[in-house]
Design a binder for this molecule. Structure first.
Ligand SMILES: Nc1nc2c(ncn2[C@@H]2O[C@H](COP(=O)(O)OP(=O)(O)O)[C@@H](O)[C@H]2O)c(=O)[nH]1
Ligand SMILES: [Mg+2]
Length: 321
């Protein structure tokens, strides 16, 4: 256990640019959200400066490759880039091979910081990812990029935290169009059909264009649809230009404020939910009153709806708020 003073020293070091301290700080927050309380006053008032970009799409679409290309472009402009990669293939112990390779390549550059998080803790992950985004923002990373696989509910939530969402698609036998229909259609501000070096890319591009034809997002933003080949470094500049264009649009229309408010609301909801879940789990396994309620439901003496109210009552009492 670290003392409050040790946590604060770590946070200050991280803010000064010490990457090892930053890694340790993120681990600390991942372990318990309450660790954030001890450093919140150092970190929190510095947030809401970074441009937060969400990048989502199916595994293998080329998200990581595209992010590494975008990062290089941003570095050429002197921008600092933080990356939070929610990696479905990485077990808790480490990252996928590719992740590692990319990490190494990034490590050569002072202005880039990358953090991978395993995706298997569905439901509890987003607040960890979001607090990491906030810390990177506070430290002064100009861009914070979140990479997720656009599969679960939690990924969609994470995307709600971003200022600009890029959906990466790859050419294929209609799978991508299915993915669009399955929920990726609402979330993208920019769609990138990657792997333009493949002959089927043009067809997929046209299909995506057709599928998104009638989509207009809030304040009248028409999602941009671009062809790129991340691996050949083609069309990447155009993706970055579209990002800038979208960010300008957000600012001009006042939507940036509402998007960031949405991020705050999301964070609050996720943190409260995680607290309630944690307490509920603890109560059901250890508290005699909670166990009695569960027993009564089991024996048919109490209906689950009334029981849920009673349990929530217990949670609130136990939370000592
Ligand atoms: N042909 C081709 N392959 C690509 C391109 N971009 C990425 N890839 C490859 O696709 C695979 C998955 O890429 P990755 O960036 O890890 O995808 P992610 O799972 O979406 O992050 C890797 O083998 C990449 O080398 C591209 O533009 N063209
Ligand atoms: Mg990846």
């Amino acid at each position: 256990m670290m003392t409050k003073h040790e946590k604060r020293t770590l946070a200050i070091k991280a803010l000064e640019g010490d990457k090892l301290a930053l890694s340790k700080l993120i681990t600390l927050i991942e372990e318990s959200m309450d660790n954030f309380i001890d450093i919140a006053d150092i970190v929190w008032h510095r947030t809401l400066k970074a441009k937060v970009i969400g990048v989502t799409g199916m595994p293998g679409a080329g998200k990581s490759t595209l992010i590494s290309r975008l990062t290089r472009l941003l570095r050429k402009q002197g921008k600092k880039v933080g990356i939070v990669a929610i990696d479905p293939s990485s077990p808790i112990s480490g990252g996928s091979l590719l992740g590692d390779r990319i990490r190494m390549q990034y490590a050569l550059d002072e202005g880039v910081f990358m953090r991978s998080m395993p995706a298997q803790r569905e439901g509890t992950l987003p607040w960890r990812a979001l607090l990491t985004v906030e810390i990177l923002d506070a430290i002064g990373y100009d861009y914070v990029i979140i990479e997720t696989v656009g599969a679960g509910q939690s990924d969609v939530q994470v995307m709600n935290a971003a200022d600009t969402v890029i959906v990466v698609l790859m050419p294929g036998a209609g799978d991508e169009i299915q993915a669009l229909k399955a929920g990726l259609m609402e979330i993208g501000d920019i769609y990138v059909v990657n792997k333009a070096d493949k002959p089927e890319a043009e067809t997929t591009y046209n299909q995506v264009k057709f599928a998104l034809e009638n989509i207009t997002k809030s304040q009248g933003w028409k999602p941009r649809i671009l062809l790129a080949s991340a691996i050949m470094n083609k069309g990447v500049r155009e993706v970055l230009e579209a990002v800038e264009e979208h960010l300008e649009f957000l600012e001009k229309t006042g939507s940036l404020v509402s998007r960031r408010k949405r991020r705050r609301i999301l964070e609050l909801e996720l943190l409260v939910k995680a607290r309630v879940e944690e307490l509920l789990h603890k109560l059901i396994t250890t508290n005699s009153k909670a166990k009695e309620i569960v027993d009564n439901v089991y024996q048919g003496l109490l209906d689950p709806i009334s029981a849920s109210k009673k349990l929530l009552g217990l949670v609130l009492k136990e939370s000592k708020i």
